[in-house]
Design a protein around this ligand. Structure first.
Ligand code: ZN
Length: 347
């Protein structure tokens, strides 16, 4: 099994201190600055932390390699797991501070996760609000074989297909890295397409619309023709919305494609070729027959990749939970083959 979404957690900025330069160590020691204050999963909510995980060495789940080995890598006997460090760097408005934090997170990932544990791979942390600085950080660390992706929060001030992001997309594609769009992001902007909601429930459910906006933008702006090697992973996106979204997108494209002549094929073709989605949170119908019909509507058995989203909790079942009634062929592809191919894990 390959797990395409496990979270290594920066417990406090102290964990990054050895990887920050003298200037930023001094800023932290002499000011109120203590790193990002925003995070995609608010602590203490039911979706934020599995309550069936024991502390390892007294440290919270995901904050140490020992806990990740004990909770996920060993019990699930994983072939590989891909780290998504959702440290909230996009919430830091000082570009130099954001770049320094991304730099430190990546060096921390190399030293404390990738080097000691060969089953781990990771997404590169970037100051995503600064595309040019993000491209520099990608170029700085992409030579390390442990990095297989670039982490971007799915909510952004401007959709990721826009030209302003192309330096970042170009750097990722040139380095053969998957662009990972992950649940969360864009502090300061309403977290739904229709403004400020009242509850976390609304934000959590509404996140699917942010993934749809980003897919629409990436396809409509022609990024997959501009960067033919560009591969995208939607992480914590759910997937049951995808068939209806592709029908609507294809229909709109047939009528309006003169607006986007660089988008030469139906959007669903680009999506099936370039985009993969993580399993958790499973948002399909509970009845196996209905689930099978929905999976059939995806039009490909290569789109879904197994994930636990450790240490977050989207189900009361165990970390390795799969939807009931998956056909054997699909399960085999979903558990490892789809991720192995998308992230180029076969060497
Ligand atoms: Zn996740």
């Amino acid at each position: 099994m390959i797990d395409c979404d496990v979270h290594n957690v920066v417990a406090t900025i102290d964990a990054l201190e050895p990887y920050l330069d003298e200037h930023w160590r001094e800023v932290i020691a002499t000011s109120q600055f203590s790193g990002p204050t925003d995070q995609p999963h608010p602590p203490n909510l039911a979706t934020s932390l599995r309550d069936d995980l024991e502390l390892v060495d007294g440290r919270p789940p995901g904050t140490t390699l020992a806990s990740m080995r004990a909770h996920v890598l060993d019990p699930l006997n994983l072939e590989a797991a891909i780290l998504s460090c959702d440290y909230g760097i996009e919430s830091v408005h000082n570009p130099d501070a954001a770049a320094a934090l991304a730099h430190a997170v990546n060096d921390w990932q190399i030293a404390e996760w990738l080097e000691p544990e060969p089953r781990l791979r990771a997404a590169i942390a970037v100051p995503s609000q600064q595309p040019a600085l993000s491209a520099q950080e990608i170029d700085r660390v992409a030579g390390h074989p442990g990095f297989v992706a670039v982490y971007l929060p799915v909510r952004s001030a401007v959709p990721y297909g826009n030209r302003m992001w192309w330096p970042l997309l170009k750097a990722a594609a040139a380095r053969d890295l998957v662009v990972e769009l992950h649940f969360g992001g864009a502090p300061g902007l309403p977290p739904t397409a229709s403004g400020w909601p009242t509850s976390w429930l609304e934000e959590y459910v509404g996140m699917a619309s942010a993934f749809q906006s980003q897919l629409t933008s990436l396809v409509a702006e022609g990024t997959f023709d501009q960067f033919p090697g560009l591969r995208v992973a939607l992480i914590e996106s759910g997937f049951a919305w995808l068939p209806a979204f592709m029908w609507r997108f294809d229909k709109g494209w047939r009528g309006l494609r003169r607006e986007v002549p660089w988008t030469r094929r139906p959007p669903s073709e680009y999506i099936r070729e370039h985009v993969r989605l993580a399993l958790q949170p499973v948002d399909g119908p509970a009845h196996p027959d209905a689930l099978l019909a929905m999976l059939d509507q995806l039009g490909s058995d290569e789109l879904l990749m197994f994930s636990t989203d450790y240490p977050h909790r989207h189900t009361d079942e165990g970390l390795a939970a799969l939807p009931a009634g998956l056909p054997d062929g699909l399960a085999t592809k979903l558990l490892a083959a789809n991720a192995r191919s998308h992230y180029r894990l076969d060497g």
